[in-house]
Write a protein that binds this ligand. Structure first.
Ligand SMILES: Nc1ncnc2c1ncn2[C@@H]1O[C@H](COP(=O)(O)OP(=O)(O)OP(=O)(O)O)[C@@H](O)[C@H]1O
Ligand SMILES: [Mg+2]
Length: 355
């Protein structure tokens, strides 16, 4: 099955192995490049001598060692004068059973495209927020004037002209509905958090889906019954998963269409809160997978932006709303897509003891 050493050398991702006292015992060529030093120089150096003392890289390494399981941390800044500034996702895993060695892989944001994308999603949500306020003021109010005027005209118009006034009224109504849908984006996040049983949310959504838009697809529910409650807003979570399952149903083939909804508890997923030192743990994973054609490569970066749609009657607001609501919850969403296998993964915080 090939030479593992050669594989490690070929990997573009920096791989670093430290022993039980944080001394470097292995670096692959990508790590040499990242740390700007040769393996020979690095061998035996202590991690603490090359990375700032307070770096999450060090605490993650300790935690992996202490708990004996793998952990990831997203959005970690590693900057030193020598190696420059980097924003990375760190994955750490224990190597072997007893001696405390830990394997660390560092994915830079350019390669860790998934996180890159979820951060972009937050911006997308923010830009809709401003837009929503603008739309309500500058579009909806004048529009009701336009609608009223058309109604007045309608009264004295010939039947031919009435078709036109009807058209004005109908289109005005359509635009109003669209603006109403955008209202949810408006600034004040009215999020009423409580202990939410995510399976109750999903059961409800699946029932709605099966009786409506997802009639033609098989929905497989794959739940971990031991999951703790989410710290969230039930109705908003319903909206999130309705949108994701609706997209899945629209993407799934007419024949043998399938959506798999999975819940799981994931240890060690943490997200750095931008511009602070704190990190939130996002152990709850809900994924929605469909077997449709997948998301075209060139569209993937933009699907969370508002008004991006490939559907005839689509508004392109579904995923923008999802990104906004997940963001308000302090969670994260990302997507992997290939033909017959598109997965949206939502990571959410659980209720903490004090709450
Ligand atoms: N599961 C999926 N498989 C393939 N493409 C998807 C999937 N989910 C989303 N997309 C793509 O992303 C686009 C944006 O989705 P989004 O939910 O934001 O809007 P929409 O579904 O087009 O419209 P609306 O949600 O308002 O009905 C879709 O038009 C589609 O091209
Ligand atoms: Mg949609």
């Amino acid at each position: 099955m090939g030479d593992p050493g050669a594989v490690l050398s070929a990997l573009a991702v920096p791989v670093i192995v430290v022993d039980g006292s944080d001394d470097l015992i292995f670096v692959n060529p990508a790590a040499e490049q990242f740390l700007r030093a040769s393996a020979a120089t690095l061998s035996g150096t202590n991690l603490q001598d090359i990375i700032p003392q307070d770096s999450p890289l060090l605490s993650l390494t300790q935690n992996v060692r202490r708990h004996g399981n793998s952990m990831s941390e997203y959005g970690v800044e590693i900057s030193t004068p020598r190696i420059g500034e980097h924003l990375v996702t760190i994955d750490g895993a224990p190597l072997g059973e007893t001696d405390g060695s830990v394997v660390l892989t560092l994915q830079e944001y350019t390669t860790a495209g998934r996180l890159d994308r979820s951060l972009v999603h937050r911006d997308a949500a923010r830009s809709v927020t401003a837009m929503a306020a603008l739309m309500a003021h500058e579009v909806k109010n004048p529009l009701s004037g336009v609608r009223g005027a058309a109604q007045l005209l309608e009264q004295n118009a010939s039947s031919e002209d009435q078709q036109l006034t009807r058209l004005i009224i109908e289109e005005a109504d359509r635009i109003c509905t669209l603006v109403d849908r955008m209202d949810v984006f408006s600034e004040t996040p009215v999020i009423e958090r409580g202990h939410v049983n995510i399976h109750e949310v999903l059961d409800h959504v699946v029932k709605v889906a099966k009786n409506g838009f997802a009639r033609h697809v098989e929905i497989v529910e794959n739940y971990d019954p031991s999951l703790p409650p989410v710290f969230g807003d039930r109705d908003q979570l319903v909206q999130v998963f309705l949108n994701l399952i609706k997209n899945g149903a629209e993407a799934a083939p007419e024949v043998d269409g399938e959506i798999v909804v999975t819940t799981a508890f994931q240890h060690g997923i943490r997200l750095a809160v931008p511009a602070t030192d704190s990190r939130i743990s996002l152990p709850l994973l809900v994924s929605v997978q469909d077997n449709g054609e997948g998301i075209p490569e060139d569209l993937r970066r933009h699907i969370f932006d508002p008004f991006v749609t490939t559907k005839a009657g689509g508004s392109g607001l579904g995923l923008a709303l999802v990104a906004k609501l997940i963001g308000d919850h302090g969670g994260m969403i990302d997507v992997d897509s290939e033909t017959r296998r598109t997965i949206f993964r939502v990571m959410l915080p659980v209720v903490r003891e004090a709450e």
